[in-house]
Design a protein around this ligand. Structure first.
Ligand code: HEC
Length: 290
């Protein structure tokens, strides 16, 4: 394969794209900081210092923005396939990284203001930019630390992720040979994604009866009621089915909407009756060749 094709293939996977672009903000925040300080000290005489500082921070803003968006997409791709501990770390990582690009925009604008000829504007702007750059660098360092731990301690977003999560067991099973996995992948997962995951996901589940539905572990654990949402082999005892068929409109899922069509409820019932087999999401866009 041509190197460029390889590059494109990696780029098209959100987790890879996130990793590739995500190192730019780290490097740029380290390279940029001395230039911002030097620009505050000697920027008036050596204007190239200010130009270098502005250019570095502009690149930082852009790369941080791309990194965040790729990270969101990567999260969607691996949703439901992380341990609770890894998930918590990922939530923190997302919270930290969400606004890095905006944070980096502050020193960038201040550096821009330091070009204003009036000393009354130029001086404070240049020194405030130093503070902004320090805060940005600290935030990036903390975000990167979380990201590094996710990858190296939890294999998040890497092909080893399944093996780590399901040692020996499910990752060895040939997903393509098991009709129940195909059924889950083609029939069940799309229903959950379309009708349930909007609320019952790791970010919002606290406001949705405390029930996350993006992993089988969370479904078995259940929500506020303390009852498992899914009891494998027993659809009628599964709160999920009871909530879908509830007579009371206030109680019925999805709330404030028409009831789920009966054939879709039937699909979920069959899935539970057959053991509620769950497949972690594919990490790459290409089907695994085996
Ligand atoms: C618009 C947001 C929203 C959507 C979409 C939604 N739910 Fe809910 N769900 C909630 C809220 C809020 C609660 C808590 C209130 C309640 O139990 O009625 C809840 C509670 C539940 C519970 C009970 C959890 C517990 O242990 O108390 C189950 C089971 C459930 N939902 C299943 C589903 C299923 C299955 C779908 C998809 C067909 C779905 N929900 C779609 C908001 C939503």
């Amino acid at each position: 394969m041509l190197p460029f094709d390889q590059f494109l293939e990696a780029w098209n996977q959100p987790a890879m794209r996130h990793a590739m672009v995500g190192h730019f903000p780290i490097v740029l925040s380290v390279i940029g900081l001395p230039f911002v300080i030097l620009a505050a000290l000697w920027g008036r005489r050596v204007t190239s210092l200010r130009w270098i500082a502005v250019a570095t921070y502009l690149l930082l803003v852009i790369s941080a923005y791309v990194t965040r968006n790729a990270g969101d997409a990567a999260h969607d791709a691996i949703r439901g396939s992380l341990s609770d501990e890894a998930h918590e770390l990922l939530e923190e990582h997302e919270d930290l990284g969400d606004n890095v690009w905006l944070l980096a925009l502050i020193p960038t604008v201040l550096l821009g203001l330091s070009f204003v000829p009036k000393p009354k504007v130029r001086h404070p702007a240049a020194w405030l930019a130093v503070i902004g750059a320090l805060v940005t660098a600290a935030r990036i360092a903390e975000t990167a630390d979380h990201g590094g731990r996710l990858v190296y301690e939890h294999a998040a977003g890497t092909p080893d992720q399944w093996a780590l999560m399901f040692p020996g067991g499910e990752s060895d099973a040939q997903p393509t040979d098991d009709a129940r996995l195909t059924f889950f992948r083609n029939q069940v997962r799309p229903i959950l994604a379309e009708y349930c995951w909007g609320c019952h996901n790791p970010k919002r589940y606290k406001r949705a009866g405390g029930l996350d539905q993006t992993s089988i572990a969370a479904l078995l654990r259940g929500g506020m009621s303390g009852q498992p949402a899914v009891v494998p082999g027993r659809p009628s005892e599964s709160l999920m089915i009871q909530k879908l068929r509830h007579d009371d409109e206030e109680e019925r899922m999805p709330p404030g909407d028409d009831p789920l069509p009966e054939d879709l409820i039937g699909t979920l019932e069959r899935w539970i009756a057959e053991g509620a087999v769950w497949e972690p999401p594919q990490l790459s866009n290409t089907p695994p060749d085996s």
